[in-house]
Design a protein around this ligand. Structure first.
Ligand SMILES: N[C@@H](CCC(=O)N[C@@H](CS)C(=O)NCC(=O)O)C(=O)O
Length: 217
């Protein structure tokens, strides 16, 4: 069965799913779709967000639902540990990362990535919440050498695209890398993940998509 992945490669959530598809060696094609409130997109992704996928059974949005669907439908090359508690720890980590860190930092992207100003009050508010979120995340992170310990897992599939972008946005907005400050060793961790063939492919495609996006601006 073939999966279609919709979205574009400058999105960290898109790259999370692309990285998972590649690491699990699932056949897929990519179709470029920008987030949109057009009916054609809303029919397939209820908030008009990317990524979403097409499966033989229908469309699916929300990257975590997609990741779990892929894991259950394609058991080869598992991204979750076999033990139920360890699997739950993986999901706990991803929830903390996305709800308490990424969704908070996202308010900075308007300026850090897209060049439109964000108010000083927002920057201050985000900094306080991001600091709290990153400190909590660090408590869950082993970095020995992977996010949750010895084995590469779904936690790394999410951590790498998200933390990289947050680190970039933090440096751009605050002139300091809150990710590196609160997650010591994260740079070494990024290098470790980037030594993987598929991470290199995702990063290459992201660089090309970013270049194209900013050329078009
Ligand atoms: N919770 C969603 C987040 C996806 C998301 O925020 N995607 C962004 C691109 S990185 C988007 O489509 N933004 C457009 C919008 O918020 O309207 C997921 O995990 O898939």
């Amino acid at each position: 069965m073939m999966i279609t992945l919709y979205g574009f490669a400058i999105s960290n959530y898109y790259n999370k799913i692309k990285f998972a598809l590649m690491e699990k060696e699932i056949g897929f094609i990519e179709e470029r779709v920008a987030p949109s409130q057009d009916e054609a997109v809303l029919k397939r992704s209820p908030l008009g967000k990317i990524p979403f996928i097409k499966t033989p059974e229908g469309y699916l949005s929300e990257s975590q639902a997609i990741l779990d669907y892929l894991e259950e439908s394609f058991p080869a090359h598992p991204l979750y540990p076999a033990d139920a508690f360890d699997r739950a720890k993986c999901r706990e980590f991803i929830l903390h990362l996305e709800l308490n860190v990424e969704q908070v930092a996202r308010r900075l992207y308007t300026e850090a990535v897209f060049g439109n100003n964000v108010s000083a009050a927002t920057k201050e508010d985000v900094k306080a919440k991001l600091t709290t979120g990153l400190k909590a995340l660090a408590k869950l992170m082993a970095l020995k050498p992977y996010a949750l310990g010895d084995n590469f897992s779904a936690a790394d599939i999410a951590a790498w695209p998200h933390l990289q972008l947050i680190s970039f946005a933090s440096q751009k907005i605050y002139d300091e890398d809150l990710v590196a400050i609160y997650i010591p060793g994260v740079e070494r961790y990024f290098k470790r993940i980037e030594s993987r063939h598929y991470a290199q492919k995702v990063a290459e495609d992201r660089a090309a998509a970013l270049a194209e996006f900013f050329q078009g601006k």
